[in-house]
Each structure stands twice: as C-alpha cells, then as structure tokens.
Design a protein around this ligand. Structure first.
Ligand SMILES: Nc1ncnc2c1ncn2[C@@H]1O[C@H](COP(=O)(O)OP(=O)(O)O)[C@@H](O)[C@H]1O
Ligand SMILES: [Mg+2]
Length: 249
C-alpha cells in the first residue's frame, strides 16, 4: 500500500473547481495524505536519477485517478520538482473541464502529428506551478495512438524538460488503452476507492499487469471517510502531531 487519501469536502471556490484538494497554505488530512504519497513514491525512486514517468490507473471509472493525478502534480511541484500532468483518458477526458478550458489542444494533436508538445502544453496552469498537456480533440482510435511511436518519441522528448511526468489514464478494465501505456512508464500507481473497488477487479487487473508487475508502486485507498477510520489516522495526521493547529491564546 502506498497511502490513504481521505474523503474531502469539495469546495468549488478552491483552485481547479474544487478538485485541487492539496493545499500548501493550510494543513489538512488531505494535504498530509498527498505529502505522504509523494514521499512514498519518491522513496521508491531514490536510486533513480532523471525524469520519472508515473501512470495513475484504477480498475473502474470514478475511483479517483484524475483526482490523485492532479493533487500529486501539486504535491510534487511543492517539492520543487518540474511537473507535467498528461490527460491520457482520451475517451472521457476531464482535466480540461476541471480547468474550465474548452476545446483545448493537446495529446491527441501531438499523437496525430498536427502539433508539437511545446505548442500545446499549458504552462503553469492557473498559476499552480505545474504544466498540463490536455487530452486534445476527440480521436477515433485512442488505443492505437496511445501505443504509437509518436507517444514514445513524445515522452522521450519531454523527459529532458521535466522531473516528473504524471499520466492520468482511463479505467484499466474498461479499455485496452492503459495496457499500451505501461511499457513507457517507470511506475504505476493503482487507485482504489474505499468500500467501492471490488477486490476481484483488483486481482484481475494485477493479473493483466503481470508483465509489468515490478512497475506497480502500490495502491492508494481513496475517499476514506476519516470519521470511520481508526483513531491512529486522525491523531497522527491532524490533531496530535506538529504545531500546525492555531494556538489558543
Ligand atoms: N479524496 C476525495 N475526496 C472527495 N472527492 C473525491 C476524492 N477523490 C475523488 N473524488 C471525486 O470523485 C469523483 C470521481 O473522481 P475522479 O478523480 O474523476 O475519478 P476517475 O478519474 O477514476 O474517474 C469526482 O467527482 C472527484 O471529485
Ligand atoms: Mg479520470
């Protein structure tokens, strides 16, 4: 297990339409959870230098792939790493919606050969400090373009500009798109949703990932209701540890 992410109260007044749960200014269980996740991932790559390409996936839709990808991007940026977030969910792209960008150009343009990455990457999006490659216009053959030579060429080029590239992906069991991405990445983060993700689906996914088993960094249990979770979790992450809470006068 890589980490636990609590269920957050989404507040649309927060950056990225409330999807940015990681908040550098205010301590919270959610921010702490993404810091812990960042540390766990970096620890796995402590002997690796250069850019690391990370894939975020999960067996099914709505388990938190996009949320974990976005917040990890923010957490890595806070650690002074140069981060690129790529929306590779070409069938149901979401990151451009989160940032209120309509008709964004992006990954599909690069893979179809109609744009260079540097022409379509959104730099320092919304002032958050990291760069985003949106999905781009709808493609009729997502699996093929994701598995193409253009994809590996693009990543090779981008690796010289970034410390971390996070690829947000479609649900693993739904489509073949993620399987073709595995070979380009250094690590795979498997997101699961608390009380929702079916163990059988996880096992099925693990079986299908067997050739890339060594790349699996671990699972993240997302949307854990902190109220239900154990005493230890609340004590450690929020109340008991550190000087973060305001002192009584
Ligand atoms: N830790 C969390 N706390 C609160 N809401 C969350 C959390 N993780 C995900 N969500 C919400 O759950 C829904 C599905 O998450 P999303 O990241 O889009 O899943 P996926 O990319 O796997 O389809 C979204 O509305 C998202 O905002
Ligand atoms: Mg998603």
């Amino acid at each position: 297990m890589l980490g636990i992410v609590p269920l957050a109260n989404k507040d649309s007044r927060r950056p990225a339409n409330g999807h940015l749960l990681f908040d550098t200014a205010h301590p919270s269980p959610v921010s702490e959870s993404f810091r812990a996740l960042r540390t766990a991932i970096l620890f796995r790559f402590r002997r690796v230098s250069g850019c690391r390409v990370l894939l975020t996936t999960s067996p099914n839709p709505e388990e938190g792939k996009t949320t974990v990808s976005l917040n990890l991007a923010a957490a890595f940026h806070q650690n002074h790493l140069k981060v690129l977030l790529i929306d590779a969910d070409l069938r149901k792209p979401k990151i451009h919606k989160i940032f209120d960008v309509e008709d964004a150009r992006g990954l599909s343009d690069v893979l179809e050969g109609t744009a260079r990455p540097r022409d379509v990457i959104a730099e320092n999006v919304d002032g958050l400090g990291f760069d985003v490659l949106f999905s781009g216009p709808h493609s009729d053959h997502p699996t093929e373009i994701l598995g193409s030579k253009q994809m590996s060429d693009m990543l090779t080029e981008l690796k010289s500009h970034y410390d971390i590239i996070i690829i947000d992906s479609p649900p693993y069991l739904a489509v073949a798109d993620v399987a073709v991405l595995n070979e380009y990445v250094d690590g795979i983060t498997v997101v699961t949703r608390y009380h929702k993700t079916d163990k059988r689906h996880l096992k099925d996914m693990k079986k299908r990932l067997s050739r890339e088993a060594e790349k699996i960094l671990g699972i993240v249990i997302n949307q854990v209701s902190v109220k239900e979770k154990d005493y230890y979790y609340q004590q450690y992450y929020y109340y008991g540890y550190g000087d973060a809470k305001p002192r009584k006068r």
